[in-house]
Design a protein around this ligand. Sequence first.
Ligand SMILES: *Cc1c(COP(=O)(O)O)cnc(C)c1O
Length: 371
Amino acid sequence: MIPFLDLKAQYRAIAPELEDAVLSVMRSCNYILGEPVEKFEANFAQYCGTSSAVAVNTGTSALHMALLAAGVGPGDEVITTPTTFVATTAAIRYTGATPVFVDIDPVTWCIDPTLIPDAITDRTKVILPVHLHGRLADMAAILKIARDYDLLVIEDAAQAHGSERDGLRAGAFGDIGCFSFYPGKNLGACGEGGAVVTSNPVFADNLRCLRDWGQRGRHNHVMEGYNTRMDALQGAVLDVKLRHLEDWTERRRAVANAYHAGLSSEIERAAGPFGRDHVGHVYAIRSTDPVGLSTQLNQAGVPTNVHYPMPVHLQPAHADLGYERGRLPVAEAYAASTLSLPIHPDMSAGDIDFVIDAVNRLVTLPSRLTA
Ligand SMILES: *Cc1c(COP(=O)(O)O)cnc(C)c1O
């Protein structure tokens, strides 16, 4: 079986740099925040094109702290997409605010901006788009709505490190951008990690305060804070990996574009070819029988994954929000039909061809035809 994601190959390629960085933290005996994290924050802010980056312990905390820093709380509504990892919605709910789901665009699979105005009420405070699979949402349209209705925009860029349009990168379009460094993300820690980027100095100050027990100076707790700080080890690891991110992204895009060109025209797949606004975190195809196709692909030696088989609005955890099946048809059709192929920077040309051949062979079987 070829790997779905090859963290071992990534580690082998940069082991000396990574091990030096980790050893130096071990020997410093300073394990939380500190110089390695500050260095990474400065470099990551520069990479994203924002004036600040605030490193935290997970992508989920990045979203949670971002919403709190923006003043979101009970009684507020946050407009978001149902086609995402549950963390997006969970973070909104941690603040006491209510997620309001808007259906997705059938081509980009990101939130459909034309449907946002109808979802706005006098409680709406934030629009929270997710750059699904590494593709930027339609930020021009989203920012225009936010300006018209005086709303904040918080980007969930957990899958989209470096995705770029009109000279701006993911996380820098809205008021605040949130990243995850879960090991499987395009930029991954050796453990958990996350960051919040912003060019708003008030939000940046709130974020630094919130992640460290609400302290502004030692023992001066000015707000109800949290412990969501980044470990020094993760800061050191991420600073090393950040130097390789552009190269890895180019190689991910090359895999995606090889799939786009090589898959049979009968197969519905992610809109392509992939340009600067897609960093190839996930490569998805569609089938009328995704479970059957996935089983057959696995038997043929091709691992698959599903991102995500059930839209968030239909998850039992959110039943209290009252969304019934049929309410968000594009997201529901996406969830019922989509599966993801292996994609990572260390895929060989042979592995890519192997995947393309297997998919083309299996979907041309009559029962696997996708309309
Ligand atoms: C991974 C992910 C998160 C959560 O990040 P963690 O670091 O796992 O907490 C949030 N949103 C999206 C879209 C993600 O893919």
